[in-house]
Design a protein around this ligand. Sequence first.
Ligand SMILES: Cc1cc2nc3c(=O)[nH]c(=O)nc-3n(C[C@H](O)[C@H](O)[C@H](O)COP(=O)(O)OP(=O)(O)OC[C@H]3O[C@@H](n4cnc5c(N)ncnc54)[C@H](O)[C@@H]3O)c2cc1C
Length: 411
Amino acid sequence: MLDPEITRQDDLRSGRSPWLAGPPRPEGESVEADLRCDVVIVGGGITGALVAEHLTGLGRQVVLVDREREGFGSTAASTAMLQWEIDKPLAKLTEFYGFEKAADVYRRSFRAVEGLRALAVELGIGAGFLPRDSVYLAAGNVDLAQLRAESALREKAGLPGTVLDHAGLLVHFGLDREGAIVSAGSAEADPLSLCHNLLSVSMRRGARLVRDEAVSFSGEGNAALIQLAGGRTIEAGHAVLATGYVMPDCVTSALHRVASSWAIATLPQKPQALWPGPALVWEASEDYVYCRTTRDGRIVIGGEDEEDDDPESREALQPEKAQALLKKLGALLPRAELTLGHSWSGAFGQTSDGLPLIGRVPGHPRLLAAYGYGGNGITFSFLASRLLGALIHGQERDWFSHFAIDRPDPT
Ligand SMILES: Cc1cc2nc3c(=O)[nH]c(=O)nc-3n(C[C@H](O)[C@H](O)[C@H](O)COP(=O)(O)OP(=O)(O)OC[C@H]3O[C@@H](n4cnc5c(N)ncnc54)[C@H](O)[C@@H]3O)c2cc1C
């Protein structure tokens, strides 16, 4: 498991994703005195940025602390497929929690992507944010019959989707698989620009961006207290921990583990090589491969996950994993040009039920945490911003417990 004291952004991510060549980034300040504010957020990746935007929009005084460059942790490694479909199929989540709760989680995930889209439009954030269909392919031991059953369950939950058989999939997407569920309601973005644009909006509304390391966290008394390595203290009504896959010791969960994942982007393809209606494509198997396109016509493909979270082993495996992903792309889409443009990898946090950890840190009523795991990381970051915003406003809802940090492992 990643050690929060020594793990740095270079351990979370290596190689170069297409998002790194962007416009100027927001600059953090160092603080010379203790600070007080309504909410202090620790971590300036996409999760902290979404929480900061939401809270400043509600008129809260926010201080955001990051020990390195905001967005350059896991966020810069993300392939940013903004999906409402969760890593665990609805059928599996139903086995864990029963249909009503599983369907509720799926609908909330659907609405989170919708909410992200509405936010991007409202704030005029470009960041490559585009609505996309998703194509969920039969793979491994998931056949067309199982996809039909999953689709029927989704329909019962009020979610969109149509099943395509082999012929339909070939005609519409040029993909040679037994079948797929094609659904509306997902999106794609440039995750780093999205993060930085949200931070810029928050700063224009008065949020302070502090460059320092939070070294101790307390939320037991009347206020949350964050001690900084630079010697200063931030006192706030609430603290939100959004430190990505490096969780402070006060946050523990029986469900989570950190693995490694790899991704590549090809050079821009000829338009006829791409599947029409540039949907997000992913496989219905445990160790799935997933792909999307970029605005300049590249194909991004990721997967090849390994249990090992050691940064050096991950980097050493990069050339081999890049070749494996190119080979998988060739098998999936024979007309694609298998040219390597970018290759990168990252730590990848997952939970055994596929759901994020969001809510109060047990034993610390004023410490809140937002850890969005798995392939829906960014969708769950949006959900976290809304859930935590409500908690800070003193609102409680039954459904918050779906994501509780101390929920038992259902597997
Ligand atoms: C290869 C790969 C592909 C992925 N693909 C997708 C995808 O297609 N769709 C999707 O939704 N998600 C995807 N994800 C997951 C997604 O990237 C993450 O869920 C998301 O980026 C997490 O953002 P975050 O803000 O929580 O963490 P981070 O971006 O890591 O930000 C955490 C920040 O906290 C700071 N920090 C940590 N500790 C401290 C401290 N003590 N004091 C001060 N600052 C601190 C760090 O410097 C960092 O900037 C992918 C991840 C990987 C690695």
